[in-house]
Design a protein around this ligand. Structure first.
Ligand code: 5GP
Length: 194
């Protein structure tokens, strides 16, 4: 079995990445494995430590950077986020296709280290729709909402960093498109490893 793919999925917060991914994440044919990131941000209602993120202190995160334990990392809206390298490599060596849900700075770092990574950016149908989805969460103060919107606008100027851009106007359609992209890349990877 060839080494699994490294798949990067990005998109502004509020675009519905989680909802889209849920549509195919457990499909056994795709052999996907979700890389759980490390973050210093506060846990939101409904989130679980070790499932959504590994929630750590700034000191713990800085220690991980110092020890070179992260494949990539960034500071986003006042908090650190990063991908622990160990789990990713182990899973890929087992033939699992590892999916990273990270932002654009992280994607650029991953591309440098793994030029073969499959990179996909999910865009909202409009910025107005994105704003209403972020506000709909009602979990964050206005200042953070504004920072997330500013970050989204900046990020979307960099979508040319990605191999594919998919619009999440309809969750099922966006999920089907991404599933096909992943399937084709799995086939290509298998042919190359045969
Ligand atoms: P949230 O706070 O909404 O969970 O995530 C904020 C942003 O951080 C999202 O765009 C998400 O994709 C990104 N993110 C989550 N984990 C990581 C990570 O490990 N590395 C990087 N670079 N970004 C991440």
């Amino acid at each position: 079995m060839p080494k699994g793919l490294l798949i990067v999925i990005s998109g502004p917060s509020g675009v519905g990445k989680g909802t889209v991914l849920k549509e195919f994440m457990d499909d056994p044919a795709l052999r996907l494995s979700y890389s759980v990131s490390m973050t210093t941000r506060q846990m939101r209602e409904g989130e679980k430590d070790g499932v959504n993120y590994h929630f750590v202190t700034r000191e713990q995160f800085e220690e991980a950077i110092k020890n070179d334990e992260l494949l990539e990392w960034t500071e986003f809206v006042g908090n650190y986020y990063g991908t622990p390298v160990k789990g990713v490599e182990e899973l890929r060596n087992e033939g699992k296709n590892v999916l990273l849900e990270i932002e654009v700075d992280g994607c650029c770092q991953v591309k440098k280290k793994c030029p073969d990574a499959l990179t996909i950016y999910i865009i909202p149908p409009t910025m107005e729709e994105l704003e209403s989805r972020i506000r709909g969460r009602k979990t964050e103060p206005e200042e953070i909402v504004q920072q997330r919107l500013a970050k989204a606008a900046k990020e979307m100027e960099r979508i040319s960093e990605y191999k594919y851009v998919v619009c999440n106007d309809d969750v099922k359609l966006a999920a089907d498109i991404i599933r096909v992209i992943i399937e084709r890349h799995i086939e290509k990877n298998e042919r190359a490893g045969a």
